[in-house]
Design a protein around this ligand. Structure first.
Ligand code: ZN
Ligand code: ZN
Length: 139
C-alpha cells in the first residue's frame, strides 16, 4: 500500500485522511510489528514534530472504531494495533516480547455448541517462546 492507496482506504472507511492519520496508518502497514501508541509516537515524532501522543491515541482509536485496524490485547498491560484485518492469530513471545502473526483456519476450529452463533470478533492469543529465543536458551 502506498500513501495514495492508504488515502483511498481511509476515505473508504469514512476517515478523513489528515497528514497525521496517513502517517500513522502508513506506519502500521509498513511495520507489521503490532506497535503500541507509545512506540508509534516515538518512531514518528522526529519526522512529524507536530505530532502529539494524544493524536496518536485518538487516531488509533478512530481506526479501530471504523474497522480500519484492530486492537490487540494479548498483554493486559498494553494495547497494540494491527492494520491487518484478515483473520489471523497472534503469538507473543514471553522472552523477547515480539508479537507474531499466524494463519488461522476458522473453519477448522471446533466450535461445538456455538453452531448458530454469530461471531463478530475473533482474537486467538498464544504465548510462549519464539523460535529464536528457544535457540538462544539451548546455547
Ligand atoms: Zn522471542
Ligand atoms: Zn497481526
Amino acid at each position: 500500500m502506498d500513501i495514495r492507496e492508504i488515502e483511498r482506504f481511509l476515505k473508504f472507511n469514512q476517515i478523513k485522511p489528515s497528514h497525521h492519520r496517513l502517517k500513522i496508518y502508513e506506519y502500521l502497514v509498513k511495520n507489521k510489528n503490532h506497535p503500541t501508541a507509545d512506540l508509534i509516537y516515538r518512531e514518528l515524532v522526529d519526522e512529524i514534530p507536530t505530532l502529539s501522543k494524544t493524536t496518536v491515541y485518538n487516531t488509533l482509536n478512530l481506526f479501530v472504531e471504523k474497522g480500519a485496524a484492530q486492537l490487540i490485547t494479548i498483554d493486559e498491560s498494553e494495547n497494540r494495533y494491527d492494520a491487518d484485518m484478515s483473520i489471523h492469530g497472534h503469538f507473543k513471545c514471553k522472552h523477547c516480547g515480539k508479537v507474531y502473526d499466524f494463519p488461522l483456519n476458522f473453519a477448522a476450529i471446533d466450535m461445538g455448541g456455538l453452531q448458530n452463533f454469530q461471531v463478530e470478533e475473533n482474537h486467538i492469543y498464544l504465548k510462549g517462546l519464539c523460535n529464536d529465543c528457544q535457540i538462544q536458551k539451548e546455547n
